[in-house]
Write a protein that binds this ligand. Structure first.
Ligand code: UDP
Length: 254
């Protein structure tokens, strides 16, 4: 991206959803700009399964279309870009984005970890703090994406005044939650839906070895770790390619 203003950055379209053309390093630079530009930003990390969901869930597609940054979390998006004559330079995963952003955050930009099973966000925060002593953790809370939990969560976050909010409720809940409530948390400059990131950071789920990730086989590893995900993996590995081959850059007409 170099010195290119964010408004001129390049985006491709897959199934009617914009995806940002950024390397990992450029994505972190972009987040650093978001921190100081005076606006609130919703960052998403779409994967193949989320794009499949967007085809039947119009509200979720709108959230994906209006977020400020859509980072390609899964290999499927890189293949889909190629099949449709477009290009994405590399995967920019949620877990790598959280890890690298936290490594660069100054103490005057506190972070808050919301979501995952009870205790996991605390463990993830402790792991981040161990390798990044400069990082200021504003707070952690499991909470719940359910409507009755919203007031309590917003009160906690507004008391902690974080600049960066990581939300781990899985898609689409986490991103719908951010889209709906970000404006009620005025200290938050960047809110990112991070899926299973806290589980990885806490060591609750083991990430695929680098070789499998390089071979684009992380999905097979996750299936081995969590066989109950077979339906979700099927949507990503089978339904997504079929939809992309049929509709390409456009959203399917419902
Ligand atoms: N989660 C949660 N509350 C919910 C549903 C999910 O805290 O009501 C958490 C779950 O514990 C996990 C994360 O949301 O930590 C989502 O993980 P998932 O594996 O679905 O995300 P992915 O990495 O596949 O995007």
């Amino acid at each position: 991206m170099g010195q290119l203003p964010l408004s001129l950055r390049q985006r491709i379209q897959l199934l009617g959803v914009p995806i940002d053309v950024l390397t990992h390093t450029e994505a972190i630079r972009c987040l650093q700009e978001f921190l100081i530009d005076g606006h609130q930003h919703h960052v998403m990390t779409p994967n193949s399964e989320m794009l499949v969901a967007s085809c039947t869930d119009a509200a979720f597609r709108e959230v994906l279309k209006h977020s400020d940054l859509n980072l390609p979390d899964s290999s499927g998006l890189l293949f889909a870009a190629r099949w449709t004559g477009q290009r994405l330079p590399e995967r920019v995963t949620g877990v790598d984005t959280v890890t690298h952003l936290c490594a660069q955050l100054a103490p005057d930009h506190p972070v808050y970890l919301l979501g995952a099973a009870p205790g996991i966000a605390e463990r993830a925060a402790a792991a981040l703090q161990t390798v990044n002593p400069q990082l200021r953790i504003g707070g952690t809370f499991a909470g719940s994406p359910r409507a009755e939990a919203v007031a309590d969560i917003i009160e906690r976050i507004n008391a902690a005044k974080p600049h960066v909010l990581f939300v781990a409720y899985g898609a689409p809940s986490q991103d719908q939650w951010i889209a709906r409530y970000l404006s009620q948390m005025p200290s938050v400059r960047i809110a990112i839906g991070v899926g299973g990131t806290f589980d990885f950071l806490a060591g609750h789920i083991k990430r695929a070895p680098l070789l499998l990730r390089r071979l684009h086989l992380e999905w097979a590893w996750r299936f081995g770790q969590e066989p109950s995900r077979w339906k979700r993996i099927g949507r990503a590995a089978v339904v997504f390619p079929i939809l992309v081959l049929r509709y390409g850059k456009e959203a399917p007409r419902n």
